[in-house]
Design a protein around this ligand. Structure first.
Ligand SMILES: Nc1ncnc2c1ncn2[C@@H]1O[C@H](COP(=O)(O)OP(=O)(O)O)[C@@H](O)[C@H]1O
Ligand SMILES: [Mg+2]
Length: 615
């Protein structure tokens, strides 16, 4: 006999059972959710629960008091028995109970509002922290993006679920207390009520599940919609969209996607409405049937008038609360499915991380970096971007990396900084694999400005301080870095100098040209003051002469330090100590400029060609 795996076991059930099992399994996330709520706001959660407990028991208490009042009055009018001594105190008690219910309900709203704020902040911070800890690789995977998107949207949405759970507890206690009182007087009424409410419950959970399935199926479309929406209104796209006349194209694409998504949602909501109505009618029928039965029992003298009042109130209360319990429960079960996404997102772990006993990067680095038989292809692709590469980057050496677009220059930087890991081979620092060093420490010792560097829409000084955020208050170092990168003269020309906000997203901001932004970004690299400085074509928007000026300055400033310059303009890298020419995943030529010119290979030809175009 063969053993079946849990999946096969599950698959052997009919579909409806599978759906249910998935739903029940999703509930296992509830404790972790409540763990998070507790961590976010323990005191508020506790107060809210106490108020709910109080509020839950008041309806039955009021009914019991009412029963005493009515029966006392009945006896007074029919048998002329005097009112009990404490009669008016009992009436006041009912008033006190009603006031207490009102106070509890207001306090619950108050606590829930506070809980929502605290939890939203808590969960967003956790999502941001987690997103920041993940590998670059994750960000290039669309499935990861879907997960991140769902986690982000749903993280905050889950607050409704937390409040629902609080409500569920309250409704459940009320229902049980009222049901117990009904049961004492008539078990049959209770039985009928339960029977008539059950279909609504099953139906609601069923639709909650379908809603989830639809929602996850729509994530990709919703993400695309969001992309078109942002694209249509962003500053970056504004120029091209106008000149190419793409405005209405984007609107049409958005509208088409939005139409599909909303039609699907609408179709489901319509089915839910119709079927839900039918079952709700059944519930109401059960309620009035029971009520009629209780009246009949009173008329024939089995129940007292006070008991009828109690029963009528208890049946009405139990009926609404039972429906509410089932409704709330099924909405929680449905929402718990969304929680799976959030938990899945939190369970994505970075693959690139520091070993537990990782070493600190030597200060100073003695020998430098070495690529040893390094090959690399991007995850999910078989194309070898780097094919068995070997080179060294020694301390005090300025290396230039040149090559046509797409030859893998930036990839080398990503490997050197351990944003990715080699597919095979090793990268050594002072003879030790870089994987043996503490990752944060490694990053601290490498300052990189990428081709697609960030344009932070922050004041100039903070923009530069992003290179070494601990120094954000140290204006003299920030100014010195700006002078090195030639950003100082640009900043001096701005209305608010170093306090000038850049970019035009916020009021009072000033936008810069591409070349000016590059100089600001470069200042970040200078402020970083790390042992290895890398410039990955950040000067591409500068004209050849300005790039030359920036690079010349860079090589002066990095004299005696380790530096890696990347450019496709050969005229600007000749000051490097050694030049590597990257071609078809290999280093085709290497050596100082003069030597490469002398051997008359590809570099010499390319240099001649580019020089000719400037003449
Ligand atoms: N995230 C990625 N996933 C898959 N392929 C990539 C990725 N990034 C770059 N590539 C591919 O790797 C090659 C080298 O890219 P890159 O290192 O950026 O070149 P360079 O900086 O020399 O212009 C290119 O062919 C590019 O298409
Ligand atoms: Mg590049």
């Amino acid at each position: 006999m063969s053993m079946s795996t849990p999946q096969e076991h599950l698959a052997s059930h009919p579909e409806w059972l599978n759906d249910w099992l998935t739903r029940i399994k999703a509930l296992k996330n509830l404790p972790s959710l409540f763990g998070m709520v507790w961590a976010a706001a323990p005191l508020v959660l506790f107060s809210s629960l106490v108020c709910r407990l109080l509020a839950a028991l008041i309806p039955l208490a009021i009914l019991i008091v009412t029963r005493v009042i009515i029966d006392s009055i009945y006896h007074l009018t029919s048998n002329h028995t005097p009112l009990p001594a404490a009669f008016w105190w009992i009436v006041s008690l009912e008033f006190a109970l009603a006031s207490l219910a009102m106070i509890a309900s207001r306090l619950i709203d108050f606590c829930d509002g506070r809980l929502a704020d605290k939890f939203t902040c808590y969960i967003n911070v956790r999502i941001m922290e987690h997103a920041a800890s993940l590998d670059l690789v994750s960000y290039e995977d669309p499935r990861f993006y879907d997960k991140l998107e769902r986690a982000r949207v749903q993280g905050t949405d889950r607050i409704g679920m937390i409040q629902a759970t609080g409500r569920l507890v309250q409704e459940f206690i009320t229902t049980v207390s009222l049901a117990a009182s009904i049961f004492i007087f008539s078990p049959w009424i209770l039985f009928t009520l339960i029977l008539c409410t059950l279909p609504t419950f099953l139906n609601e959970t069923h639709f909650a599940f379908l809603g989830y399935a639809l929602n996850s199926q729509q994530t990709a479309s919703r993400r695309e919609m969001e992309y078109f929406r942002v694209l249509g209104g962003s500053k970056e796209s504004a120029k091209e969209l106008r000149l190419f006349g793409l405005g209405s194209f984007l609107v049409d694409r958005y509208r088409a996607l939005s139409h599909d998504v909303h039609e699907q949602t609408f179709a489901l909501a319509r089915r839910r409405l119709i079927i839900g109505l039918l079952f709700a009618l059944l519930g109401t029928l059960g309620y009035y049937g029971s009520y009629a039965f209780a009246i009949h029992e009173t008329v024939i003298g089995v129940l007292s008038l006070g008991t009828l009042t109690l029963l009528a109130g208890a049946i009405a209360g139990a009926n609404t609360n039972m429906q509410a319990v089932l409704g709330t429960f099924s909405s929680i079960a449905g929402q718990a499915l969304f929680l799976t996404d959030l938990m899945e997102f939190f369970s994505v772990k970075p693959k690139v991380f520091s070993k537990p006993d990782a070493m600190l990067v030597p200060r100073p680095i003695r020998r430098g970096f070495e690529f040893k038989n390094v090959s690399f292809s991007y995850p999910g692709s078989s194309k070898l971007i780097l094919d068995n590469i070997n080179f060294t980057l020694e301390t005090g050496e300025r290396i230039a990396l040149v090559g046509k677009n797409g030859q893998g220059k930036t990839t080398i930087v990503k490997l050197l900084t351990r944003l990715y890991e080699p597919t095979s081979g090793q990268i050594l620092l002072d003879g030790i694999d870089i994987r043996d060093y503490n990752l944060q420490d490694l990053w601290k010792e490498i300052g990189v400005i990428f081709q697609d560097f960030m344009r932070y829409e922050l004041p100039c000084s903070e923009n530069i301080a992003m290179g070494r955020i601990e120094e954000r208050k140290n204006s003299s170092r920030i100014h010195a870095a700006a002078q090195k990168s030639l950003a100082d003269e640009i900043i001096q020309g701005l209305p608010n100098h170093y306090n000038q906000r850049l970019g035009c997203r916020f009021e009072g901001g000033v936008d810069l040209s591409g070349g000016e932004w590059q100089k600001i970004a470069l200042a970040r690299a200078y402020l970083r003051d790390s042992q290895l400085l890398i410039l990955d074509e950040p000067t591409a928007s500068l004209d050849a002469r300005s790039e030359h000026e920036v690079f010349e300055r860079f090589s002066e400033l990095t004299e005696g330090k380790m530096a890696l310059l990347i450019s496709h303009r050969l005229s600007t890298v000749r000051m490097a100590d050694r030049i590597f020419v990257l071609e078809n995943g290999k280093i085709a030529e290497q050596g100082p400029h003069e030597q490469l010119i002398k051997i008359g290979g590809g570099y010499a030809k390319m240099f001649e060609l580019q020089a000719a175009s400037y003449r």
